[in-house]
Design a protein around this ligand. Structure first.
Ligand SMILES: [Zn+2]
Length: 101
């Protein structure tokens, strides 16, 4: 997987196609990510204590990593990611503007 937490991604498919958001969580085993403000569902939470009210919270559900495209923080374009060796370490770079990201 070539994206990681805190990357900005653009949603290509699903009910939030066209939106973009920040990655909150990455599950590399399942190939799924949670993106801020994307694939949100309302969930009813039962009161924990007597006398408390139940409430409705909004949660973001994971989406498939194949449904998103990385947005380069340097050029702001949707881009593919490449890898190159920099200072003996593997570094990601944007294939559009060639900046290390
Ligand atoms: Zn770029």
């Amino acid at each position: 997987m070539n994206i990681k937490k805190n990357d900005n991604v653009y949603i290509l498919k699903g009910k939030d196609a066209g939106k973009s958001g920040k990655i909150l969580k990455v599950d590399s085993k399942l190939g799924r990510i949670v993106v801020s403000g994307v694939n949100q569902y309302k969930k009813a939470v039962k009161p924990k204590k007597e006398g408390e009210k139940g409430q409705i919270i909004t949660i973001s559900r994971p989406i498939a990593v194949s449904n998103v495209s990385l947005v380069c923080p340097k050029c702001g374009k949707r881009s593919r990611v490449g890898y190159r060796i920099e200072k003996e370490k593997k570094a990601r770079y944007c294939k559009k503007c060639k900046a290390t990201i």
